[in-house]
Design a protein around this ligand. Sequence first.
Ligand code: MN
Length: 285
Amino acid sequence: MKICRFDDNRIGLVKAGAIYDASAVLEQLPDFRWPLPLGDALIARLPELAPQLEAAARDASPIPLAAVQLLSPVANPSKIIAAPVNYAKHMQEIASDASLHQGVEVKPIQSLGLFLKAVSSLVGAGEGVKLRFAERVTDHEVELAVVVGRRAARVPRARALDYVAGYAVGLDMTLRGSELRSLRKSLDSYTVLGPWLTTADEIADPGKLGLRLRVNGEPRQESSTRNLVFDVPRLIELASSFYTLLPGDVIMTGTPEGVAPVAHGDRIEAEIDEIGTMTVGVGTA
Ligand code: MN
């Protein structure tokens, strides 16, 4: 299934380029009262609600994708976890470009581990990226995003993929400068997730997906998740060895080479095989 969230928090299934509204199923979710539970309630109940989503979508009329505003397919992650320098050629490009490394020695992911992005940075493709600090550079980073399906603590790599709800295309937008990663990558709208969630059953192997990014039609990034230094199972194993992963948590798996600046008015197309292509406008905050 390809599940999207759109307009005023409606939920739909995407089939053959159209959306079929299945929002009635959201009535099944409890009315929450303070203190709200951490994590995403819809993702947590996806296995049991999936048949109902399919049934509701069967009765719906198609809505053209172009007619809606796509929001992040995950509404409430408790964490956005991200992998630094997880493609060897991206590490080489950072090491050879002072505007990227900012005079700081580039360390491999084996040394750096992971970092967190603010959940308030998360938007969907239809909301777009809003640049801040016009005098500074913001780069695009296309990444495979993994959405955790169930509570995961100390998961060994052999069982790691059992904990995945699905996958999406991710953009880890990055303000260049000397500050720590978590600050420079946590600006409002600097994490884009979309265009929808492709459930894990549709992705035979997350380690064999081509990914690419174009800006205004011009190719900028092109690689495959075959080139990940730490693959998806290893990232889940590593993350869940440090903290408990909750339904809806997002793991941004890192970007390949080709990162470059974007400017106000640009149109980013980010694409991953077997998931889809999201088009994201760039504006100014
Ligand atoms: Mn990144």
